[in-house]
Design a protein around this ligand. Structure first.
Ligand code: AHM
Ligand code: MG
Length: 335
């Protein structure tokens, strides 16, 4: 095996903090195992009868795909028995997930989206798993949804796995961002992208243009300028991408820079954005900031928000720092 495995990497990191008990290291290992099992199911696709609709809806009223249900189940079953978690929250479950009474309760909480971008699964475009690890409040008493409602700045670890041409795990524990490629021959994630940094200069934006008429003025202004490029006062011409799979967009931004926006819009008033704070926006913001980028709702830093409920939605503008700052300044100017 060439290179350092994810397991070796997190053990090496653990040794830097003398008080570490090893519990967190084991938890990250369990998450990696769940992602490997999910990668297998995603990869099998139709061969395992995994594609198509499940015939149900989740709490957000979204039609569930078979793989949404299968991968949610894999994630929960892989983590509930290990003794490292006090509870879980999933995009696919209305309520928080309690640890079954027969298993020990640990000191961490995990929020996750087992298969983000699942509308892409039947057309064979990259999808992924996103997760955010928090500390549980002091042991004792029943775990409640309120225990999860901590700002993103409290995250101990955030990561995502993208199931693309290669399966990659991207991870931060607040000490930079590292990328690992799944070596299927040995069944291990191998450190292939140490210390990922978002390039400062970018000429690429990502937004779902079909929502344009619903955007607020600052986003209209920013995108109009990107589209006009050198003819509209910007110093360069811009390129656009929209994969409709946040894991793939964030991975691209980590690799070659760019800005990703799912801003506030008037399409569905009252929703407050499309993406979910606790298992999409917060973990991605932690990763982006740790790689030198920025992440905002347009008005506030995403990780400073105190969540109101586990399925809360927020506007998301993240990526290369200077571009995000420009969009934020347009919002401030419009007040
Ligand atoms: P999901 O969790 O239901 O898959 O929704 C999240 C996804 C993101 O990955 C992606 O950025 C966005 O939804 C795409 O939305 P749209 O189809 O409106 O362009
Ligand atoms: Mg999602």
């Amino acid at each position: 095996m060439k290179g350092e495995s994810l397991t070796q990497f997190i053990i090496r990191e653990q040794r830097k903090s003398p008080k570490a008990t090893g519990e967190f290291t084991l938890l990250v290992n369990d998450v990696a195992s769940a992602c490997k099992a999910i990668a297998h199911e995603v990869n099998r696709g139709s061969l395992a009868g995994n594609l198509g609709l499940a015939g149900s809806e989740n709490i957000q009223g979204e039609v569930q795909k078979k793989l949404d249900v299968i991968t949610n189940d894999i994630f929960i079953r892989s983590l509930e028995w290990t003794g490292h978690l006090a509870g879980m929250a999933s995009e696919e479950n209305d309520e928080i997930i309690q640890i079954p009474s027969g298993y020990p309760r640990g000191k961490y909480l995990i929020c996750f989206d087992p298969l983000d971008g699942s509308s892409n699964i039947d057309v064979n475009i990259s999808v992924g798993t996103i997760f955010s690890i928090l500390r549980a409040p002091e042991a004792g008493g029943n775990l409640t949804a309120e225990d999860f409602l901590q700002p993103g700045t409290q995250q101990v670890c955030a990561g995502f796995c993208v199931y693309g041409p290669t399966t990659m795990m991207v991870l931060t524990t607040g000490n930079g961002v590292n990328g690992f490629t799944l070596d299927r021959d040995v069944g291990e994630f191998i450190l292939t992208h140490p210390n990922m940094r978002i390039p400062e200069d970018t000429a690429e934006f990502a937004i779902n243009m079909s929502n344009q008429r619903f955007w607020e003025e600052p986003v209209q202004r920013y995108v109009a300028e990107c589209v006009k490029g050198k003819d509209g006062g910007r110093e360069k011409n811009f390129n656009m991408r929209w994969i409709a799979s946040m894991v793939a967009e964030v991975y691209r931004i980590l690799t070659r820079g760019g800005i990703f926006m799912y801003p506030l819009d008037t399409k569905d008033p009252g929703k407050g954005g499309k993406l979910r704070l606790m298992y999409e926006a917060n973990p991605m913001s932690f990763i982006i900031e740790q790689a030198g980028g920025a992440s905002s709702t347009g008005r506030e830093r995403i990780m400073s928000l105190t969540p109101q409920n586990i399925h809360q939605r927020v506007p998301v503008i993240l990526g290369s720092r200077k571009e995000v700052e420009r969009v934020v300044s347009y919002h401030l100017e419009s007040i």
